[in-house]
Design a protein around this ligand. Structure first.
Ligand code: BV8
Length: 262
């Protein structure tokens, strides 16, 4: 058409999107595993980008350990309180919202949807997802090192570091540190969901941290179609059936459109 310019919204053309959407249309039991990348477009730094400014000289895997807390509880609790406030200041992005819609669509047709997240920011909850398994706990809840009693600190900067609990101990974030076991209930729920799932989608994770990084193999053993949504290759790319390249905030709504709207 002479003179007319058609501006199409930037629609992803990755063929893997069609494949994932096709599998999603047929699926009855879907398991989605998310990592820090699904929150990247909300402005929370991915786990390995979390080290900027004051923390630039630290390696997250060194700070996120019981040993680091033991050695320097002030430094570790300052880092976590800064991240906690940062997460509160962020909003769920279209990727989080798309996963909440995916769950509603599956549930509406009598299917089952389980969201396994490595993230500690609770943005999935704020986006409306329901059946969530927090593999690595949450930064929004802290617990007493002496009694284990949990508290939810108010949405303002902590006043003292390390914060003291009312039970005479210190307060630490209720996250799973490197070297700590994942909650038994989270592991049990994960393996129950993976056993018999027919579609597994890994979103926004470098697939390095165990045991979450091995969940794709449990899904494969269940006969599931396995897939990945991530801007770059990861440690599991060569194992999945379909790998869609791009940001989850763009690709997940597109997968929903192809699966549920077309
Ligand atoms: C355990 C909470 C028993 C704290 C976290 C077997 C082999 C080797 C090592 C081990 C093993 N088994 C256990 C270990 C040790 C360790 C481990 O896995 N180490 C790794 C480094 C090799 N695991 C453990 O210790 C676990 N405990 O297994 O207990 C045991 C213990 C010791 C030894 C044996 C057995 C506990 C692990 C939990 C650690 N806690 N978080 C906190 O948050 O501070 S893990 C932390 O990493 C976060 O939860 C984060 O989610 C997670 C994984 O990182 P990612 O989410 O993948 O984030 P990352 O930045 O790496 O990648 C972001 C991705 O997003 C990238 O791919 C990027 O391309 C993509 N992206 C960017 N933008 C976007 C995007 N994607 C989509 N859209 C975008 N816009």
């Amino acid at each position: 058409m002479e003179g007319r310019v058609w501006y199409l919204p930037h629609m992803p053309t990755d063929p893997a999107l069609q494949d994932i959407a096709h599998a999603l249309r047929q699926a009855q039991r879907v398991v989605v595993l998310t990592g820090a990348g699904v929150s990247a477009e909300s402005g929370t730094p991915t786990f390995r980008d979390a080290m900027t400014g004051l923390w630039a000289s630290f390696n997250p895997e060194e700070l996120a350990t019981p040993e680091a807390f033991e050695r320097n509880p002030e430094l570790v609790t300052r880092w976590y309180d800064q991240r906690r406030l940062g997460c509160m200041a962020c909003l769920p992005n279209p990727g989080h919202l798309a996963l909440a819609r995916m769950e509603r669509e599956l549930t509406a047709r009598g299917g089952r949807f389980t969201l396994l997240t490595q993230n500690v920011d609770r943005l999935h909850q704020r986006a409306g997802s329901q059946n969530i398994v927090e593999l690595h706990g949450t930064i929004m809840v802290w617990r007493c090192t002496r009694t284990g009693r949990e508290v939810t600190p108010p949405p303002e900067p902590m006043q003292a570091f390390p914060p003291k609990s009312d039970d005479g101990g210190l307060l630490r974030p209720s996250v799973v540190w490197f070297g700590e076991m994942l909650p038994e209930s989270a592991l049990a729920a994960s393996f129950e969901a993976l056993d018999g799932c027919d579609l597994f989608i890994s979103v926004g994770t470098s697939s390095v941290v165990q045991p979450a990084a091995s969940f794709v193999f449990y899904a494969k053993r269940s006969g599931a179609t396995t897939s990945e949504v991530n801007p770059e290759d990861t440690a599991i790319t060569r194992w999945v059936d379909h790998a869609a390249r791009g940001k989850s905030g763009l690709l997940l709504p597109e997968i929903n459109r192809l699966a549920f709207d077309d």
